[in-house]
Design a protein around this ligand. Structure first.
Ligand code: AHR
Length: 307
């Protein structure tokens, strides 16, 4: 209470703050930067003491960060696993130390689901399906063949695996669609550009680019322009995230559509952390609600975009 605040030393109150250790994937994309900012600002707003680490897209760094949070005896550990597999050992260590773990954005493929309290984030398979459905509709009057090149996300990551799966599930209904080339661009602009350059050198017959995130699509757009082609016209381009950079590309007429994947998980995470500390039971899965934005609506939607 206000009267007590004046009597007790500040450290007494500092000790009452919930301590959250967050092991981030890296800073590979515009999406990730927005996600980090959301986590940092909502921790501050919720009065949660956040310990934050950036793993530079390396699983070993994330494991090290989680171990250091266990050693520091934080109240809750949250992380966005760079890849799906290989987490059981460190998660068992957290469990043995009785530190609850929350998965945000990406999931793990551990069989033992008692290793984490909840997984909050997007349905990546559904995002892939949305991308596929948009393409099927767009090409409904085109007899084909329609040659698609795919820029995959980080190898072994949940979004790369699931976005591929969801997209293929939809396009396989019509044999006119063919994925002719598929390679990872590691979710970065630089890699997206590099891999697209290689695709264009090897292949004059590309009708569609499906990129697992906007950054790779934006890198690929540069490669397409440098090859003397018109992005979104000569090659139809579909990507995922719907970050501001994608809206700018759509407004400029260079990207056809972006499927939304929201990075704004911070507020949800902080309320989950508080609920866990209050002994409440959380649902095992908290799914983010998302839409899809074709270039025709980009200019109208842009002012209200938050990331
Ligand atoms: O896990 C979410 C994905 O990771 C985003 O789609 C991508 O941009 C990011 O790097």
């Amino acid at each position: 209470s206000a009267s007590l605040t004046g009597l007790l030393p500040a450290t007494v109150f500092a000790q009452n703050k919930i301590v959250l250790g967050f092991a981030q994937v890296g800073a590979e994309s515009e999406w990730r930067t927005a996600n980090t900012e959301s986590i940092k600002s909502s921790a501050a707003a919720a009065g949660i003491d956040l310990k934050f680490s950036d793993a530079q897209q390396k699983q070993e760094n994330q494991i090290k960060a989680i171990r250091s949070y266990i050693a520091q005896k934080v109240d809750v550990i949250a992380f966005s696993p760079v890849v799906e597999s290989g987490w059981d050992t460190v998660l068992l260590e957290a469990k043995a130390a009785k530190i609850p773990v929350v998965l945000t954005d990406r999931s793990v493929n551990s069989k033992d689901t008692s290793l984490y309290v909840t997984f909050m984030g997007s349905d990546f398979t559904e995002e892939g399906r949305k991308a596929g459905k948009w393409l099927v509709e767009k090409m409904k009057d085109n007899k084909g063949p329609i040659n698609i090149v795919e820029l995959q996300g980080t190898v072994g990551s949940a979004p790369a695996i699931d976005r591929k799966k969801g997209f293929e599930e939809i396009i396989k209904a019509d044999p006119k669609f063919k994925i002719t080339r598929s390679q990872t661009g590691d979710f970065t602009r630089a890699k997206g550009k590099e891999v697209m350059e290689a695709f264009l050198k090897a292949d004059k017959n590309i009708n569609v680019l499906y990129a697992h995130n906007d950054d790779m699509a934006i890198g690929a757009i540069q490669a397409i322009e440098e090859a003397g082609l018109k992005p979104a016209k000569d090659i139809t381009i579909i990507s995922i995230d719907a970050v501001k950079g994608a809206f700018e590309a759509m407004i400029a007429g260079k990207l056809n559509v972006s499927v939304e994947c929201s990075p704004l998980l911070g507020p949800q995470l902080m309320s989950a952390v508080k609920d866990i500390k209050a002994g409440k039971t959380l649902p095992k899965r908290i799914v983010t609600e998302e839409g899809i934005f074709p270039m025709e609506v980009a200019a109208k939607e842009f002012p209200s975009r938050k990331y």
